[in-house]
Design a protein around this ligand. Structure first.
Ligand code: NZQ
Ligand code: ZN
Length: 390
C-alpha cells in the first residue's frame, strides 16, 4: 500500500428487501420541498414510484416532479432541470432510478444555482464548485445496479452538439446523503440492462485493478469482488429473480465504485474513456460499450505488466499456471474474460452497438486520453483497438 490517501464516504446506505421502509425517516432532515427526479417511466410500472410517493407523503414533503431523464443524460436536459430546481427553489433532490438519473440529479444539484457555464466549468474544465457555492443535497433510490453512482460523486453528462460525453467526479458535498438499495427493485430490469450493469461493475473493478504493481490491499479486495460478480452473474443470468444473486450484484456494484478500491492506487480508466466516446457518437448503452472493447484493450496494455494480468488469470479465473510464462497465463485469463462476456450475453463487439469502420477516427477524436494504468495510448492505438473490436 504505497500511496497516501484520506478516506471518507458520507453516503448512508439502507440495504435489503425492506430498505424503502427507511426512506421517509431518511428524508426527514432535508427541508420541505423535494424535487423528485426519475427516468422514462419504469418506476411507474414496477411499483417503485408508489413506494416513493408514500414515503414522501409520510414525511410531509411538497413534491415537484422532474421525469424523463434519458440514458446518457444530456446537457439540454440538464438546462431544463436547472431551471425547474431554481424556479421552485427546492430544498432537496430525490433521484429514483439507475446511474443516469442519479448522475443527472448531482448535475442539477451543482448547476442549479451556478450562474456561469456549468458544462464548461465542471465537466470540460473539471473544476469543483466554490467552497461557498449553493449545492442542493441529493438522495437516491437505486433501481439498477452497475454504475456505483448511488455512493460516489460521479456525474456523466453528454453534450450532443459537441459529441462529447464527460464524467466529473465531485466531492463529498455532492455525493448522495443516503441511498436506498432494494435488490428486489432491480427484478423488473430488462435482461439486457441487467447484463450491462453487471459488466459495468466488472469494468469499474478492472479499471482500478490494472494499474500499479505493488502489494496493495485494494487489489485483494478487487479480486474478491470480481469473483463475487462472476459467480452472481451466472446465477442471475440463469434466473433473474434469484434474490441472493441480485443482492450480491447490487452490493458489489456499490463497492466497486464508491471510493474504496482506489485507495492507495493509481488507476487506468481508458476502457471508460473509449466507451464514453462510443456512447457520445452512437448513444449506445454504457456497459455494452465497455464489454465490446475490453478484451482488445487489455491485450494492448498487457505487455506493460504481464505479472498483473497473470495474477488476474490465476486468482480471478482459476487459470492453471504450471510451466508457463506470465504472458501465456495472462493471455488465457483474457480469453476467459472474453468467454464470460459471451456467456452472460454482454456485447463482445461494437458493430452491434452501431459502430461502423468509418466512425473510428471520430470516436478516437472524442476519446479523452489519460495516462493509463500501464501504457498511454495514442490516437492510432485507439483506432486499432476499435477496429479489433468491430
Ligand atoms: O428511464 P427508466 O424508465 O428509469 O429506464 C431505465 C433505462 O431505460 C431502465 N431501468 C432502470 N431501472 C429499471 C429499469 N427498467 C425497469 N426496471 C428497473 N428497475 O434501464 C435503462 C438504463 O438505465 P440507466 O440509468 O441509463 O443505466 P445505468 O445505471 O447503467 O446508468 C448509465 C449512466 O451512468 C453513467 C454512464 O456513463 C451512463 O450515462 N455512469 C456513471 C458513473 C458514476 N456516476 O460514477 C460511472 C459509470 O462508469 C458510468 O459512466
Ligand atoms: Zn462504468
Amino acid at each position: 500500500m504505497l500511496g497516501n490517501f484520506i478516506y471518507s464516504n458520507p453516503t448512508k446506505l439502507y440495504f435489503g428487501d425492506e430498505a424503502q421502509k427507511h426512506l421517509s425517516d431518511a428524508l426527514g432532515g432535508f427541508g420541505k420541498k423535494v424535487l423528485l427526479i426519475y427516468g422514462g417511466g419504469s418506476i411507474k410500472q414496477n411499483g417503485v414510484y408508489d413506494d416513493v410517493i408514500e414515503a414522501l407523503t409520510t414525511a410531509g414533503k411538497e413534491i415537484v416532479e422532474l421525469p424523463g431523464v434519458m440514458s446518457n443524460p444530456t446537457l439540454d436536459k440538464l438546462d431544463e432541470g436547472r431551471r425547474i430546481a431554481r424556479e421552485n427553489d427546492v430544498d432537496f433532490i430525490l433521484a429514483v432510478g439507475g446511474g443516469s438519473t442519479i448522475d443527472y440529479a448531482k448535475a442539477v444539484s451543482v448547476s442549479a444555482w451556478y450562474d456561469g457555464d456549468a458544462w464548461r466549468n465542471f465537466w470540460v474544465n473539471q473544476n469543483n464548485p466554490a467552497a461557498d457555492a449553493r449545492i442542493i443535497p441529493v438522495g437516491a433510490v437505486l433501481t439498477m445496479a452497475g454504475t456505483g453512482s448511488e455512493m460516489n460523486g460521479g456525474s456523466v453528462i453528454t453534450n450532443r452538439a459537441e459529441n462529447m460525453k464527460i464524467g466529473k467526479v465531485f466531492g463529498e458535498n455532492v455525493m448522495p446523503k443516503f441511498a436506498v438499495l432494494n435488490p428486489r427493485y432491480t427484478f423488473s430490469l430488462p435482461r439486457r440492462q441487467m447484463i450491462a450493469g453487471i459488466f459495468d461493475t466488472m469494468s469499474h473493478i478492472m479499471e482500478q485493478y490494472f494499474s500499479g504493481d505493488d502489494d496493495c490491499t485494494s487489489d485483494y479486495l478487487a479480486e474478491g469482488l470480481m469473483r463475487s460478480v462472476i459467480a452472481s452473474s451466472r446465477a442471475a443470468v440463469k434466473n433473474p429473480e434469484d434474490y441472493e444473486a441480485r443482492s450480491n450484484l447490487m452490493w458489489s456494484s456499490t463497492w466497486a465504485l464508491n471510493t474504496l478500491l482506489k485507495a492507495g492506487k493509481t488507476q487506468d480508466w481508458m476502457v471508460h474513456m473509449i466507451g464514453h466516446a462510443i456512447s457520445a457518437c452512437t448513444d449506445a448503452t454504457h456497459g455494452m460499450t465497455l464489454s465490446g472493447i475490453s478484451v482488445a484493450y487489455y491485450r494492448h496494455i498487457m505487455p506493460g505488466c504481464p505479472a498483473r494480468f497473470a495474477r488476474f488469470a490465476k486468482v480471478v479465473w482459476d487459470v492453471c499456471p504450471d510451466g508457463r510464462s506470465d504472458e501465456e497465463i495472462a493471455s488465457e485469463g483474457l480469453d476467459a474474460l472474453g468467454a464470460w462476456i459471451r456467456e452472460i450475453g454482454a456485447a463482445s463487439e461494437i458493430t452491434s452497438l452501431g459502430v461502423t469502420s468509418d466512425m473510428l477516427d471520430k470516436i478516437a477524436d472524442a476519446t479523452i486520453i489519460l495516462p493509463g494504468g500501464y501504457r498511454r495510448l495514442s490516437h492510432d492505438d485507439i483506432v486499432d483497438i476499435l477496429r479489433e473490436s468491430l
